[in-house]
Design a protein around this ligand. Structure first.
Ligand code: F6R
Length: 611
């Protein structure tokens, strides 16, 4: 939900370009528009044009630094800022629109009336209408329909009576909602950033300082990071970085974390898209789960034994992992209940000190998941964060963290994080049943099976099916028991990546209504595993076939019911993983064929930090 980036003391002296490069790594957070603001170096000030078009400053400020902004709708991929002046301080933003349409005017950064301040923002200012009315009465002029612009004018207003640092903190406290802001003061070349509910990290290099929604944006410059907590602010000037407590205004000690992430983790590594790279990485990321987190799993296993209620929550793909984990728990004789986190609140009252809640999230920043986790914790539940991205809000809230270790997932569409979460949850449930060593071996074996199967041959097979289905507008996906969450995730991958309507059903649900939708030639995927569901799945496939459906079996076994068969490795209860990988690949190739950008599907953002 919007990406924030800023640099102070840029050593290349083209801070706008550094910012643009940083924003390109954050584009997955929003791609409705982008914008960069730079404080030109002194020698350039006189050359700065105040004209309209792409680069402009609002007013000519003769004695002070005039901030120059370039902002545009559309994707940042081909954007350049070579026409912007050089400078050592810049701030930028990629937008996922919430308030105000997708227009150049609504793109961030937003400026106050004087031209002294520009603001970038991730979140929603829930009380912005009321704040705007008070500013309009004071004759402030607005140039956008966004909630963000209100912040710039409020800072202009408050800074008349106090320092800019104090004004930013005071204004931030007036904002209702989950927000992260970055404010650039063109007079002093200072950046003040505040966090409450939306992620912000500070990169501290030898000479340069960075601000970003996600560390991957500045990993190429520094690996020393200060993760801001809710209620913290940072003041970045050419002479250093200062951490502040927003409530008291008091300075806090920086506590830098050195990340061992490699820059290459956030690059495409020769693949045309992050999506394909991340799908192929599963050969490594899935078996890796068997080598890590043993201590955490022991702690969780002991807590599960003491608990009378097991709850699993997540959103989207993570909700399907929660559902699959419900089956994993059932397999070891424990009843668990999964919820889409956005539907959990009516049931949160049932959680107590004997409840263990698994909150599953790639980002650890999904607003609905955080709200649900907070509600359960308030009633005394023990919280396990099953996360991929590190040092997230969810992680900080949790009693124990299970980092699934798939590495940075850049594509908006979740792939490798999902399968690492699944494998980790499988291991957790087996730890609870005293079968951890056996499970570790099963995950390692799955790694070997994936390595032998995820080859060019498989890509060719899936591509052929994608070509066959390219012009279809409706598809159906069925699965039973463990293959039901597989069907849900399979269908979601097709929808997200290719925009084709693909609807998942529990195989048993078919005859209760859904079957009316099947006509001659309707593509129907039957997702199967070599378990107790085989015969029932095949009889459901036969019912679809009898109504004219074209049956594409995705299973470790062949059948005469399948018109087409994509064979997957038999990995017992873990067969869900290769079965879903077929859906990931199919979605990817269908998307490519239909001209979508699989890394950045329309209307989506990687971390959904709003309710
Ligand atoms: C699907 C997808 C989304 C996320 C969902 C939760 O490909 O990416 O459905 O799974 O928004 O996000 P996290 O896991 O970050 O909580």
């Amino acid at each position: 939900m919007c990406g924030i980036f800023a640099v102070v003391n840029d050593t290349s002296h083209h801070a706008a370009r550094t910012t643009l490069e940083g924003l390109k790594k954050l584009e997955y957070r929003g791609y409705d528009s982008w914008g960069v603001a730079v404080v030109p170096t002194a020698s350039q000030k006189s050359k700065v044009s105040a004209k309209g078009g792409s680069a402009y400053g609002r007013k000519s400020l003769k004695s002070k630094n005039q901030i120059v902004i370039k902002k545009k709708i559309g994707k940042i991929g081909e954007a350049t800022v070579d026409d912007m002046p050089s400078g050592d301080i810049a701030i930028g933003h990629t937008r996922w629109a919430t308030h105000g349409g997708v227009t150049d005017e609504n793109a961030h950064p937003h400026m106050d009336c004087s031209g002294r301040f520009v603001v970038i923002h991730n979140g929603i200012v829930e009380n912005y209408q009321e704040l705007k009315q008070s500013l309009l009465k004071k004759k402030h002029t607005f140039h956008s329909e966004t909630d963000t612009e209100v912040i710039a004018h409020l800072i202009e207003d408050r800074s008349k009576e106090m320092s800019v640092e104090q004004a930013v903190l005071m204004v931030f406290k007036e904002l209702v909602g989950s927000n992260a802001i970055g404010v650039l003061d063109g007079h002093t070349g200072t950046i003040v950033a505040c966090r409450n509910g939306s992620p912000l990290s500070i990169g501290v290099g030898k000479e340069q300082y960075f601000l970003a929604s996600d560390v991957t944006a500045f990993l190429g410059h520094t690996q020393d990071v200060q993760f801001l907590e809710d209620g913290e602010a940072v003041v970045m000037t050419p002479s250093g970085v200062k951490l502040l407590d927003i409530a008291s205004g008091k300075e806090k000690k920086l506590a830098l974390t050195h990340l061992d992430w490699k820059v290459t983790d956030a690059q495409k590594g020769g693949y045309p898209h992050f999506t394909l790279k991340e799908i192929m990485e599963q050969v490594v990321t899935v078996p890796k789960t068997a080598l890590v987190n043993r201590t955490e799993m022991e702690t969780i296993g002991a807590m599960v034994k003491q608990s009378t209620r097991i709850v699993l929550i997540g959103c989207g793909t993570a909700a399907y992992c929660a559902l699959a984990s419900q089956y994993f728990f059932a397999q070891v004789g424990r009843e668990a209940k999964s919820y889409g986190a956005y539907e959990y609140l009516p049931f949160a009252g049932f959680s107590d000190t004997k409840t263990i809640v698994f909150a599953i999230s790639q980002s650890g920043e999904t607003a609905d998941t955080l709200i649900a986790a907070r509600a359960a914790k308030k009633n005394g539940a023990y919280l396990v964060a099953v996360v991929n991205a590190r040092v997230s809000t969810l992680e900080r809230m949790a009693d124990v963290v299970l980092p699934v270790g798939a590495g940075p997932e850049i594509s908006v569409v979740s792939t490798k994080a999902f399968t690492s979460q699944l494998a980790s949850m499988y291991l957790v449930t087996r730890m609870c049943a005293g079968k951890y060593e056996e499970a570790v071996n099963n995950v390692k074996t799955l790694g070997e099976l994936l390595a032998g199967w995820q080859t060019k041959k498989l890509l060719g097979e899936v591509l052929d099916v994608a070509k066959l289905l390219m012009s279809q507008e409706d598809m159906y996906v069925i699965g039973k028991h463990m293959s039901y969450p597989a069907a849900l995730e399979f269908a979601l991958k097709i929808k997200e990546s290719s925009y084709i309507h693909s609807e998942p059903f529990a195989a048993g649900e078919l005859k209760h209504g859904v079957i009316t939708l099947i006509q001659k030639g309707t593509p129907c995927f039957a997702i199967g595993a070599s378990d107790e569901t085989k015969l029932e799945l095949l009889s459901s496939a036969a019912q679809l076939k009898a109504r004219g459906g074209t049956i594409i079996g995705v299973a470790p076994y062949a059948s005469s019911e399948f018109d087409i068969h994509i064979a997957t490795p038999d990995a017992g209860p873990l067969t869900i993983i290769p079965n879903v990988i077929v859906g990931q690949l199919l979605g990817y190739y269908l998307g490519i064929g239909r001209g979508t950008d699989p890394d950045k599907p329309r209307n989506l953002a990687k971390s959904v930090t709003v309710k």
